[in-house]
Ligand binder design. Sequence first.
Ligand SMILES: Nc1ncnc2c1ncn2[C@@H]1O[C@H](COP(=O)(O)OP(=O)(O)OP(=O)(O)O)[C@@H](O)[C@H]1O
Ligand SMILES: [Mg+2]
Length: 174
Amino acid sequence: MTLQAAISNQKRWSVELTLTDADKTAELAHNLRSGFAAGDVVLLSGPIGAGKSCFARALIHGLLADHDAVEDIPSPTFTLVQTYLAGDLEIWHSDLYRLTSVDEVAELGLLDAFETALCLVEWPDRLNGEAPISALSLDFGLCDDADWRHLTASAPTGTWNWMQTALSKAAANV
Ligand SMILES: Nc1ncnc2c1ncn2[C@@H]1O[C@H](COP(=O)(O)OP(=O)(O)OP(=O)(O)O)[C@@H](O)[C@H]1O
Ligand SMILES: [Mg+2]
């Protein structure tokens, strides 16, 4: 099956793993960082406090540190978007929780950034279907244990193969 056919069929792979504390979430993001590239869109979903920003911050921090470009990584809760440059890679970290209208997504330049930058999007349900079909979904769930998070990663079959492999290994090593 071609990639396009797989995407249009909407078949998806998914991998689930448990992250037993915030450091584990950050470590996972850090370890995955070198696989990301311009044009990648990562949809980070889950309730308030689920760990979306924890993952995004560790990923951004790692990518910046690789280019000796460490800087503060403020929350985009009020600005909706924070951008960074890690070498040639533009990174957009957005939190759409406070988005007032879906038109704002285009006004922010986020739709264009989906093509050119690594985009990490918290509260992607606010996109109202504007997310690229090939986006990686990372869904964080709370657990009975206050420090545990249940992560479900998914993407269309045939896309994000490196992520599927890396997360399957991580899940097997828990
Ligand atoms: N396993 C874990 N993974 C990630 N964060 C954890 C974990 N265990 C505890 N935490 C804590 O949960 C909180 C997660 O906050 P974070 O800002 O990442 O959530 P969020 O999903 O971005 O929420 P919001 O929707 O408000 O943006 C942090 O205080 C973090 O220390
Ligand atoms: Mg957040």
